[in-house]
Design a protein around this ligand. Structure first.
Ligand code: PLP
Length: 447
């Protein structure tokens, strides 16, 4: 009966039948609870409305583009790095076959990730490179294939936890390597490492404290210093860079983050980092370093289990290609572009949006305020970027309600709440999203 209703019939035209049936069952359950509570039975029209509402809600929650107005450049909840246009475009060409694993010269089986790994070697100066699913996988693979059953030495100041259940001690344990902690929380010296090195020591693991800082009375041993121990002992130096900058960010006026190239030059045997943090590409774990070690890793069964698919390989290759043209990099690399945007430029964009809203007499109080953006993704936790935000105050809704309504807009807009105001930071809003953002705010007020 309900399914024969005209509105439900037209929903069946627009949506997969199975989804409409599921929504209809949910609507009936809802109606039943109302009746049990003593309300009178609902009419079919109301039930049909409810079905439509369920369908729209489910559709709203699909994996989809959203506007990042949080000012957090590498926002893990929003997919970390925004892919460069060239990478995204390459993905849209995957509605057909690609030469993932075939040698175009011989027609024989080729090497996966061949071009990506070649680019990585070229850009970092490494002998060899290997790409896996993420940096956690990269760390697990390095330790499992090269350090199993042996000691891995790590400073107590570097036993990190990254949001979302990644803890380095767990990773070491999973790999079958034995963790040997040295030093103290705030200070670790070269002699602390040297004291515990034995025949059973496979590696000294250094971890870039990407998402925290130990300040004040503190000391950690540099890769260069650690590498001096290789002259006396047959140990590997492994450097987990985490956020992994591909270029020296200080040339753009940003704080210096260690690059893979620096770390290898300082004597690391293997360096690993994420693909979707400062590198600005897709989720991936990148390992660069000595070819004999990477050759051993390739033979380990985990390598097959942790390998990346063609989407990742395609997007990563295109992201890396941008670094071949440093002079055009910032304009084509969204992460670098957002990071290097001056506060003045953000202010100009924020003011422009405010003028547009003021002109329409919207029922919102809007101010342009000096604030701070965060790099996010664990990178540069102590270096917020000066910015300007639109601080929005609604006379009719609380900040939480306003932020929620913005998330329900089309496209959804993700904001930050501070001091009882909703903040929109245009640093992380792409230029071609500004118009849509203005439209969302206008519609919000006319509701
Ligand atoms: C981010 C990070 C990780 C985890 O990387 P994923 O790519 O998210 O798996 C591991 N170690 C460090 C130091 C990091 O900064």
């Amino acid at each position: 009966m309900l399914l024969e209703h005209a509105q439900v019939q037209s929903l069946m035209q627009a949506w997969p039948r199975s989804l409409v049936l599921e929504a209809a069952r949910a609507a009936q359950r809802w109606a039943r609870t109302l009746v049990e509570r003593g309300d009178s039975a609902l009419g079919l029209d109301l039930l049909a409305e409810r079905i439509q509402a369920y369908l729209l809600l489910a559709d709203h929650e699909r994996l989809r583009p959203v506007i990042n107005a949080t000012g957090i450049v590498l926002h893990t909840g929003l997919g970390r790095a925004v892919l460069p246009g060239t990478a995204a475009h390459a993905l849209s060409c995957l509605d057909r076959c690609c030469n993932l694993q075939i040698d175009l010269d011989t027609g024989q089986r080729g090497k996966r990730n061949f071009m990506t790994e070649r680019l990585l070697c070229r850009l970092t100066g490494a002998e060899a490179a290997l790409v896996v699913n993420n940096n956690a996988a990269a760390t697990l693979l390095i330790l499992s294939s090269l350090c199993k059953g042996m000691d891995v030495v790590i400073s107590r100041g570097q036993l990190i936890e990254i949001g979302g259940s990644y803890r380095l001690p767990d990773c070491i344990q999973q790999s079958g390597a034995l963790m040997v902690e040295v030093g103290t929380t705030n200070k670790t010296h070269l002699r602390d490492y040297e004291r515990v090195i034995s025949e059973n020591t496979a590696a000294l693991l250094r971890v870039n404290p990407s998402n925290y800082r130990i300040v004040g009375f503190s000391h950690q041993v540099s890769t260069r210093e650690l590498a001096t121990l290789k002259e006396k002992y047959p140990v590997l130096i492994i450097d987990d860079l985490g956020c992994g900058a591909m270029v020296d960010l200080s040339q753009y006026g940003l704080p210096k983050e260690p690059t893979a190239m620096d770390s290898l030059a300082e004597g690391a045997d293997l360096v690993c980092f994420s693909g979707d943090k400062l590198l600005g590409g897709p989720q991936a774990g990148i390992i660069v370093g000595r070819s004999d070690l990477i050759g051993r890793m390739r033979k380990h069964p985990l390598t097959r289990m942790l390998r990346v698919g063609k989407l990742t390989d395609m997007a990563l290759e295109q992201t890396l290609r941008l670094f071949l043209e440093p002079e055009r990099l910032v304009e084509r690399h969204p992460t670098l572009k957002m990071l290097t945007l001056s506060a003045k430029e953000v202010k100009r964009r924020a003011s422009r949006l405010k003028r547009r809203l003021d002109k329409e007499n919207v029922a919102l109080e809007i101010r342009v305020l000096y604030e701070q953006s965060a790099v996010g993704g664990g990178a540069m936790p102590d270096s917020p970027l000066p910015t300007f935000v639109l601080a929005i105050h609604s006379r009719t809704s609380s900040p939480d309600e306003l932020a929620r309504r913005l998330r329900y807009a089309d496209p959804p807009v993700i904001t930050r709440i501070k001091d009882n105001e909703v903040f929109l930071d245009l640093r992380t809003v792409l230029e071609d999203e500004e118009d849509a953002l203005g439209q969302v705010l206008l519609e919000l007020c006319s509701e």
